[in-house]
Ligand binder design. Structure first.
Ligand code: ZN
Length: 167
């Protein structure tokens, strides 16, 4: 297993669109293990392959308090999202220290493959629904700060540049 380097906003590689995984093989299972290790170490509740500069549709999520409910989503597809929306304060491992309110559908239904290549469907609400939508955005090259006002986005970029220089 290995800890992977997480890209920081506004790195241009975060805007790349991920390709579907063709075969769930040992290479993908290794990626899943590394993503999970990196997410738990961060610590975070979700990580998309895009964030570690791998542009394939793979996401790991664990929103449990006990940190032992890993969910692996390979080639996730959104099947349905609710009309009713909810505002959550979101953060992102690629935008350290920044938290802001984002409105998204409250419930979603999705389909994905697990690390054994088996298809499954998942109904999610609350934090899990938020996390799934946030991570699926990453696979499309979208970062949560893009939901914020242009002024806020400029401020965050300035902050991040300072932070990167300090590192
Ligand atoms: Zn994120």
């Amino acid at each position: 297993m290995a800890l992977l380097n997480i890209l920081n906003y506004p790195d241009s590689r975060l805007y790349k669109k991920a390709k579907p995984v063709a075969v769930v093989d040992e290479r993908i299972r290794q990626l899943v293990r590394d993503l999970a290790e990196t997410m738990y170490a961060a610590p975070g509740i979700g990580l998309a392959a895009t964030q570690v500069d791998v542009h394939e549709r793979v996401v790991v999520i664990d929103v449990s308090d006990t940190r032992d409910q890993l969910q692996v989503l390979i080639n996730p597809e959104l099947l349905w999202s609710s009309e009713d929306k909810k505002v959550f304060e979101e953060g992102c491992l690629s935008v350290p220290g920044i938290y802001d309110k984002v409105e998204r559908p409250d419930r979603v239904k999705m389909r994905a493959l697990n690390e054994r290549g088996e298809s499954f469907e998942l109904n999610a609400e609350g934090l899990l629904a938020v996390c799934i939508q946030h991570e699926m955005d990453h696979l499309l090259g979208k970062i949560f700060v893009e939901y914020l006002s242009p002024l806020k986005q400029t401020r965050i970029k300035t902050k991040m540049k300072k932070l990167m220089k300090a590192m």
